[in-house]
Design a binder for this molecule. Structure first.
Ligand code: COA
Length: 177
């Protein structure tokens, strides 16, 4: 898909006309901070990818629960991209925020960084998108009571792209890939 095709697709999708009460992205935004300790390392002396995935899943779960005001379960993790390593004693920041809210599911983007504790500068090490489903006491999908207020162009852009990702996920599911 070319950039022009993507722009056209985003324009045709547009932003939501939600009748639900809205919550802002910041109301559920969740940032967690971790020090990389010996137990987090792999055999190559880098942060073990599975540990980072655990931190990502936890932060995404908290952001989703804050938005839904109830329980969620992780349905899907996609676009989990490891861009840079992290090493012993480094400080890792995991920043999760809601990008899209469907009927019973929502998408959360999670950016992970290594923070330079002297300068405060952050280097991105991972970006991930997770789909969480709001569930009732019987663990069945249940409607999310709140839509998402899109206050910035970046949030509107993420919403449009999230709908495209949802279509791709559905296609992959239908085709069993
Ligand atoms: C996630 C789960 C609750 C979905 O149940 P389901 O009966 O298949 O759900 P439905 O088909 O009614 O879909 C419900 C919503 O989830 C979304 N969904 C379901 N499966 C999905 C998948 N694989 N990827 C992305 N979204 C998915 C649907 O698009 C729908 O969203 P919408 O209401 O916003 O349009 C169920 O599959 C489950 O319990 N899975 C195990 C979850 C778990 O244990 N997670 C922890 C992993 S260790």
């Amino acid at each position: 898909m070319t950039d022009k095709d993507l722009d056209q697709l985003k324009r045709s999708i547009g932003t939501p006309s939600d009748t639900r009460p809205l919550k802002t992205v910041d109301q559920s935004r969740t940032e967690t901070t971790h020090t990389v300790v010996h137990g987090d390392m792999n055999g190559e002396n880098r942060l073990f990818g599975g540990r980072l995935m655990e931190w990502i899943d936890e932060a995404a779960g908290i952001a989703s629960r804050r938005h839904c005001g109830g329980s969620v379960t992780t349905a899907c993790v996609d676009s989990l991209v490891f861009q840079n390593p992290a090493y012993l004693n480094e400080v890792v920041i995991v920043d999760a925020y809601v990008t899209y809210v469907g009927r019973t599911s929502l998408e959360v983007r999670v950016d992970s960084y290594v923070e330079d504790i002297q300068t405060g500068e952050r280097k991105q090490i991972n970006v991930a998108y997770l789909t969480e489903v709001h569930v009732d006491a019987d663990e069945r999908p249940t409607p999310i009571r709140y839509g998402l207020e899109l206050a910035t162009d970046e949030q509107k852009n993420e919403w449009s792209l999230a709908q495209i990702r949802k279509m791709i996920r559905r296609e992959r599911q239908e085709q069993g890939i």
